[in-house]
Design a protein around this ligand. Structure first.
Ligand SMILES: C[S@@+](CC[C@H](N)C(=O)[O-])C[C@H]1O[C@@H](n2cnc3c(N)ncnc32)[C@H](O)[C@@H]1O
Length: 405
């Protein structure tokens, strides 16, 4: 089965209905199918708390995700993807919207830009599924600027002979250019020019559903195509994702919290674009434990399950060799006195395998004293990336017995 057919996209029922609707539009040249779609199939859309609609994903391993948070689909776009950006509105702006879905992130970017700038905006939207983009034409627009996005999507779907009629009446403003790539984002990024984007929105399904869109190799392409002051925003707080950004030579920072317990992740080649450090324990786990092993996709063409399996193997091999076991969250106890004797035994069993005799041993203190300088507000010197790399280096020295304590 080709990757396009197995990719994690929208729920099969709505997928079929949308395809049928556009196929009928082609044969009948009748507008009714599209115009009545939402009222007829409203039950397939998921109403979120801010009044905007989402849809469910395909069922994968008995799990269904919605395309957006239930706290508010369009609010999520503004909160997680637009707010952390530091656009210079006097300059032209270029945005890459990966996993464009219904086009909400693009629409939020357009709304923000139109409010603040008279310069030019280019948005490259990338989405693997025509039916999902077509859903963007069928859903009620949550903000007026979504009609601009709809026009761009419709143009591309007509070009690709999926849609037939031109029903979107909103014009795309002259200073806004929107390109729609309908393909695997891993193929698209390889075609994009160096040093191009001020912002990259990374909005796939979760890492277990779509690890191929969070891999180190994918991020290395981002490093090539992003400008030095550019920012990548993604909603996930996952350790392998953050570790991947660091290995791909990015600085990382904490993204906004919205509809989740933890903040998302931001990455930039320039640390001064990122205000907030990751939480301390996240830094420690990424630096020292096997959860900080990123997803790998060397040819940018592997299947999700192979990427997950390969990482599981790598984690097993790294445990007690180059990384502290992540079991019972061992690394976060470094430098701490522990009262729970049973837990302490388990933690110290893992630590001794890395030449760290106990949680309060000089070796343990040496590794985590890097965190003594922790500041929430980060800058050029004092930031999550630098601390993570320093702790990694120290763990290596301790394990190799290079330092006498
Ligand atoms: C969480 S949703 C994105 C929601 C979207 N940003 C919006 O504003 O509506 C994830 C999207 O990723 C798309 N997708 C899955 N695999 C992909 C791939 N390899 N390349 C590009 N898009 C992909 C899915 O079809 C789905 O629309």
């Amino acid at each position: 089965m080709s990757y396009e057919n197995s990719a994690r996209i929208i729920n099969d029922d709505i997928f079929d209905l949308v395809n049928e609707t556009f196929s009928r539009e082609k044969s009948s040249r009748n507008i009714e199918g599209r115009v009545n779609f939402f009222d007829t199939y409203k039950n397939y859309f998921v109403l979120t708390d801010d009044g905007s609609y989402s849809i469910n994903s395909k069922e994968i391993n008995h799990k269904v995700e919605t395309l957006h948070t239930s706290t508010g689909a369009i609010s999520e776009s503004f909160e997680k993807f637009i707010k952390p950006m530091k656009f210079d509105y006097t300059e032209n702006i270029a945005v890459l919207d990966i996993c464009a879905g219904l086009g909400y992130n693009t629409s939020a970017a357009i709304a923000n830009f139109m409010k603040n700038s008279k310069a030019n905006l280019t948005i490259d939207m990338v989405e693997i599924s025509k039916a999902t983009l077509a859903c963007g034409l069928l859903v009620p627009s949550p903000i007026p600027e979504h009609n601009i996005t709809k026009k761009a999507i419709e143009n591309e779907l007509i070009m690709q002979d999926y849609a037939t009629l031109s029903l979107e009446t909103t014009e795309i403003p002259e200073n806004i250019s929107i390109n729609v790539f309908i393909e695997d984002a891993r193929q698209t990024v390889q075609k994009l020019d160096d040093n191009t984007y001020d912002a990259i929105f990374l909005d796939p399904f979760s890492q277990n559903m779509a690890p191929e869109l969070f891999s180190l190799e994918f991020f290395r392409e981002f490093r090539r195509i992003i400008k030095n002051d550019g920012i990548i925003a993604t909603y996930t707080s996952s350790a392998p994702v953050r570790a991947g950004f660091i290995e791909a030579d990015f600085y990382i920072g904490l993204g906004p919290i919205f509809g989740r317990m933890q903040g998302g992740s931001l990455a930039s080649p320039n640390p001064e674009m990122l205000d907030w450090s990751l939480p301390k324990n996240d830094e420690i786990r990424i630096a020292l434990s096997d959860v900080g092993i990123p997803f790998r996709d060397p040819g940018l063409n592997n299947e999700s399950k192979d990427i997950l399996n390969e990482r599981t193997l790598k984690r097993q091999n790294a445990r007690h060799n180059t990384k502290i076991s992540s079991a019972v969250k061992t690394p976060i106890f470094l430098g701490q006195k522990m009262n729970d004797e049973k837990l302490k035994r388990r933690v110290e069993r893992n630590l001794t395998k890395m030449n760290i005799p106990s949680t309060t041993s000089p070796q343990a203190i040496y590794i985590v004293e890097v965190e003594d300088d922790y500041r929430k507000k980060q800058d050029f010197e004092n930031n999550s990336r630098n601390r993570i790399l320093e702790m990694k280096k120290r763990l290596k020295k301790v394990k190799k017995g290079e330092i006498k304590f």
